[in-house]
Design a protein around this ligand. Structure first.
Ligand code: HPA
Length: 233
């Protein structure tokens, strides 16, 4: 069985999957963190692999950027491949002055300017949240490993370049920690299907201080996030 976007056969994808935005990041994770990784997807170059970590089966696959892209991949992983734990490992722009480059953020909730939730025709505004089990586990792992994490609300934005120059400030005023572009859709898909999702992010730039990381610098901070995510297998 394959789907329109994933060519894996049933059983080739583990129940727990790590989801970076960049498919080359998925390849890097498979090659550097997993034992015996086997590639299960290359459709649209959205590379996916399954291997083991400390003896536990785990997969990793790119999602692409933005709500529609992660919406498609996470839906197919859940509904066609039986994936139960979906863990996004991504980057974000900091919305608060106390957040430094490379800090790790865990998305307890995701706010959004996307209309993704409209498909459910709810009589109100849906508050998208992480799975408690995964969130609790991730925080415990971070504590055990002495990795400081910031846990709170994040913004899933449909725009990276926005014409609304005051928009970010309003989310900052609500003490939203950071902005990225995927988690609201991931959390909605998981919730609607009754499976688990969590987003772990590394600060790659600050919308407060305007600092940015270089691609080389991103690697070491990324390791802290991966240390937490891999233990959730
Ligand atoms: N905006 C949206 N998504 C992001 C950003 C940002 O500034 N940085 C990393 N992902």
């Amino acid at each position: 069985m394959t789907t329109p976007h994933i060519s894996a056969k049933k059983g080739e994808i583990a129940e727990t999957i790590l989801l970076p935005g960049d498919p080359l990041r998925a390849k890097f994770i498979a090659e550097n963190f997993l034992e015996n990784p086997v590639q299960f997807n290359a459709v649209r170059n959205m590379f996916g692999y399954t291997g083991t970590y400390k003896g536990k089966r785990i997969s990793v696959m790119g999602t692409g950027m933005g709500v529609p892209s992660i919406g498609i991949y996470s839906y197919e992983l859940i509904h066609f491949y039986g994936v139960k734990n979906l863990i996004r490992v991504g980057s974000c722009g900091a919305f608060q002055g106390n957040l430094k480059l490379y800090d790790v953020i865990i998305g307890m909730g995701a706010s959004t300017n996307s209309s993704y939730g409209d498909q459910y025709n709810l009589p109100g505004i849906y508050s998208a949240t992480a799975s408690w089990d995964l969130l609790y586990k991730a925080v415990k792992v971070a504590e055990e490993k002495d990795i400081p994490v910031h846990v709170g609300n994040i913004l899933t934005s449909d725009t990276f370049y926005s014409a609304d120059k005051d928009g970010n400030q309003k989310w900052m005023d609500m003490n939203v920690l950071a902005v990225e572009m995927e988690s609201y859709a991931l959390y909605c898909n998981a919730a609607h299907a009754g499976v688990n999702a969590l987003t772990i992010l590394t600060v790659s730039d600050s919308l407060v201080t305007k600092e940015e990381t270089t691609p080389e610098e991103r690697e070491k901070s990324f390791t802290k996030m991966m240390e937490i995510a891999l233990e959730l297998a």
